[in-house]
Write a new protein. Structure first.
Lengths: 256, 333
């Protein structure tokens, strides 16, 4: 099976983020990493390739720094990469991103496209679903297990509150992958070496601009969220903190 | 035809029962309508949804639509979009609101794009500035809030985060409102995904929704063996042990102990969050807790935004000390 995995590079989980002067975006002088939900999408794709053969291609739409996310994916076992390179892709709305990706892979014949559930920066959780609509393919979301069944797939989808659902669908299809279905692999030293020779095709904004419409959404401002609650801080060495907490548990919260 | 510019709420039901977050979304719609002067209408979808439609018709709305088709018996994205697209084209609402559930995430963006519209998803609030509707949502895993507006024309689409509005604030009407039946023309052949009955896995040994006290661990617990430190605190307090998703993904605690959008939603008297940063998917499962104590070494962790008591420090030292003090206090009692 020929599988495309869409990967986004986002600020590292514990990177100290600061707003820029105008409050329109964050300051980008932080460390970046591959969006963790996308790592699960890549893991699932690599396992499908190991089971059924085929090819895994990774794609990212982002600035030059995003190439690092592609290299890591190649080191884990992806076969080749596509970099839709440009600063223009950083603040695109999900529909525009989906249209750009569809345009970038127009000439390929993927059987499957995987994305992560959502990105840890925007968290819209839309790009995969929108990509399916742009491509005219069926899709499903929050997928934990995938098995090939005849010409199509058998899937296990996660729902809220501990429920699940089994599905069948034809190929080609777009799936957004949930975390926890598989354990994530690390790149081996051999993989890192081999990655250096794997091809990365570069495309730019000009290659997809015609397909991408206007941004439908505008971030008016970013700000530190106002506090909903009065929060009391408790300080001191551990033993003192423990005593103060027990005091609260007993006298205020009445759970002791 | 509904009054031009109505706010339409797409509710969600399963087996004829509407979920709580559908009522929260109605509350949101009613609040927004108070600013914009629009009427609020609700939609119930399925094969036969008359009981759910009657339930929602008790709310202060202009109208309820029950969109029905045998093809809508099981949820599918193709089915729901096929049913809703022509309906929305005909009704021309100003705003379409959905609860931000897993089901809505599966079809709302597709529906909106089919109508060439964007969706602002997972909103936690709204502002009405100079006649412009702006939605507030969280970004960067809760570290920042963003005010987002639409650049184009209505209808506008947004999905509402669970717990952002209160279901008990969905106002009742003076009398049940009219229910209009819409027979959706959904061809079974146009539905490409075959879905089966939903199910729960094997047995659920622990029902966290019944626990009065919950001690919950996140990534800050660092290693699997440290989970025992939290287990001892839970035991001393007479509470239950729970976890954020990454801990369950790693296999350090079983999936049935997960709290969050995929796991259980709880509102105990006391929730102690240990080494939990406060990612949106986790908060959604516990922000209704009566008292929240958070222990984390990162002073910027979003969990502190909703904590009643904040302890910034090393949980590996603090938790054992706390367990000791709790045992002492209980022995004295």
């Amino acid at each position: 099976m020929k599988i495309l995995v869409c990967i986004k590079q986002v600020p590292q989980k514990d990177a100290p983020l600061k707003l820029n002067e105008s409050g329109s975006w964050i300051r980008e002088d932080v460390s970046y990493e591959a969006n963790e939900p996308d790592a699960y999408a890549l893991e699932e794709a690599l396992r499908q390739k190991e089971k059924n053969g085929g090819e895994v291609v990774v794609l990212t739409a982002g600035p030059a720094r995003a190439q690092q996310a592609l290299r890591e994916a190649l080191a884990k076992g992806a076969d080749r990469a596509i970099h839709l390179e440009g600063d223009e892709f950083v603040r695109l709305d999900p529909a525009s991103t989906a249209k750009a990706i569809a345009a970038a892979v127009k000439s390929e014949n993927f059987d499957l496209v995987f994305t992560g559930l959502q990105s840890d920066d925007f968290g819209y959780a839309q790009t995969g679903v929108l990509l399916a609509e742009v491509l005219g393919w069926p899709h499903s979301t929050i997928i934990l297990h995938i098995a090939k069944e005849g010409d199509g797939l058998k899937l296990k989808r996660e729902l809220e509150a501990g429920y699940f659902q089994d599905l069948e669908m034809p190929l080609p299809a777009v799936l957004t992958i949930q975390s926890g279905g598989n354990k994530l692999r690390y790149a081996t030293l051999m993989g890192i070496k081999q990655a250096k020779n794997k091809p990365i095709t570069k495309l730019g904004w000009a290659d997809v601009a015609a397909a991408v419409g206007k941004n439908g959404l505008k971030i008016e401002r970013l700000y530190i969220p106002g506090k909903q609650k009065q929060t009391e801080k408790i300080d001191g060495p551990p033993a003192e903190i423990a005593r103060k907490l027990v005091d609260k548990l007993r006298n205020e919260m009445r759970v002791l | 035809m509904s009054a031009p510019g109505a706010i339409l709420v797409i509710t969600e039901q399963r087996d004829g029962k509407l979920n709580r977050v559908s009522y929260e979304t109605i509350a949101a719609a009613q609040k927004i309508a108070a600013h914009t002067g629009c009427s609020v209408e609700a939609v119930v979808m399925g094969a036969d949804v008359s009981s759910a439609a009657n339930e929602i018709a008790a709310k202060k709305l202009a109208k309820v639509y029950q969109i029905q088709s045998p093809s809508l018996e099981q949820y599918t994205a193709d089915g729901y979009v096929a049913a809703l697209k022509p309906f929305l084209l005909e009704k021309s609402p100003s705003l379409v609101l959905f609860p931000h559930t897993y089901q809505v995430r599966d079809f709302a963006p597709k529906l909106a794009l089919a109508l060439d519209r964007p969706v602002i998803s997972d909103v936690v609030g709204y502002k009405y500035e100079s006649g412009k509707l702006i939605f507030t949502r969280q970004m960067f895993q809760g570290k920042f809030a963003a005010d987002v507006s639409f650049t184009g024309e209505p209808p506008y689409f947004a999905t509402v985060q669970a717990g952002s509005f209160r279901a008990d604030q969905a106002e009742n009407g003076p009398a049940p409102v009219p229910i209009e039946t819409v027979n959706a023309a959904v061809e079974n052949t146009s539905i490409r995904v075959k879905s089966h009955e939903i199910y729960k896995e094997a047995k659920q040994a622990v029902d966290l929704t019944q626990a009065e006290i919950i001690v919950s661990v996140g990534r800050g617990i660092k290693e699997q063996k440290n989970v025992d430190i939290a287990a001892k605190l839970a035991e001393a307090l007479g509470g239950e042990l729970a976890a954020s998703r990454p801990i369950c993904d790693a296999g350090w605690l079983p999936i049935e102990r997960q709290i969050g959008s995929s796991g259980q939603t709880v509102s105990p008297r006391l929730y102690i969050a240990l080494g939990i940063s406060g990612a949106i998917q986790h908060l959604v499962g516990m922000k209704g807790s009566r008292s929240i104590i958070a222990v984390n070494k990162d002073p910027e962790a979003p969990i502190f935004d909703i904590a009643d008591v904040a302890v910034i420090g090393n949980l590996l030292e603090i938790v054992p000390a706390l367990t000791e003090e709790v045992k002492k206090a209980k022995a004295e009692a």
